[in-house]
Design a protein around this ligand. Structure first.
Ligand SMILES: [Zn+2]
Length: 244
């Protein structure tokens, strides 16, 4: 490229501009990789799992409750039948041994069924108690998870607004700097920045390039040394802008 020239002041602004661009790059990276956002995603996934678990347990509990009601209903009908049969047996209307035997047989059968149902009922009641306690503990877990989510969301929004503010400030400083840098230097800087986003422009301080850290040839070093202070050229090794 053809050498460009700029005053000390403009050169200083050019480095300031590069500083702002570096800062903007860092801020952009920081915004994209905030640990709070990762944490929030993980917390929300945990919350969905807890909610699924609660739903499953609630369905189970509903089934257990229905079963309890069915058992209670059948027990009630057995009790009714038992008292009917009992009443009939001792009412004096039974005259034959055979009739009495048949009613006694029914009573025995009903009582056996009653025992089975009662033990089933006890079992289901204990399962219901267990389910309710599980649902309670999942609900407390969910509440704690919701609190954690709120805390992280608040932290995230504070950090995001701080970073957004910093970005706005850097952009506005950048705009001011761009105004005082000559157009050809700016155009050249922008073109070089596409290849070297972190350091498109470096100062000349001897044969070692401050961008690529390669040693320029003695001829190249002499060439740059021979330029006027404020000259902007390119490193023959990497192509970065080098300010004499
Ligand atoms: Zn270089």
């Amino acid at each position: 490229m053809e050498n460009l020239f700029a005053s000390n002041d403009v050169i200083q602004r050019l480095f300031d501009l590069q500083g702002e661009d570096a800062l903007l790059g860092q801020l952009e990276h920081q915004v994209k990789t905030l640990p709070e956002r990762e944490k929030l995603i993980a917390l929300n996934q945990m919350k969905i799992k807890t909610e699924d678990l609660i739903r499953t347990q609630q369905n189970e509990s509903d089934e257990q409750f229905k079963k309890e009601k069915r058992l209670e209903l059948e027990l009630l009908s057995i009790e009714t039948r038992l008292s009917e049969v009992d009443e009939k047996l001792y009412s004096g209307v039974i005259t034959t041994e055979k009739e009495a035997k048949s009613l006694q047989g029914e009573i025995a059968h009903l009582k056996e069924r009653q025992d089975t149902l009662e033990s089933d009922l006890l079992e289901i009641l204990s399962l219901i108690e267990e389910s309710n306690s599980n649902i309670d503990s999942c609900n407390s877990q969910l509440e704690a998870q919701n609190d954690d989510i709120k805390t992280v969301e608040n932290a995230l929004s504070v950090i995001e607004s701080e970073l957004t503010q910093k970005v706005l400030e850097a952009k506005s400083r950048r705009e001011e700097l761009v105004k005082v840098i000559t157009e050809e230097i700016l155009t050249s800087y922008e073109a070089h920045r596409e290849h070297f986003p972190a350091n498109a422009v470096v100062r000349f301080e001897g044969p070692t390039c401050n961008g690529c850290y390669l040693t320029m040839s003695a001829m190249e070093t002499d060439r740059i040394k021979g330029l006027a202070v404020g000259a902007v050229t390119e490193c023959s090794e990497c192509g970065r802008l080098v300010v004499r």
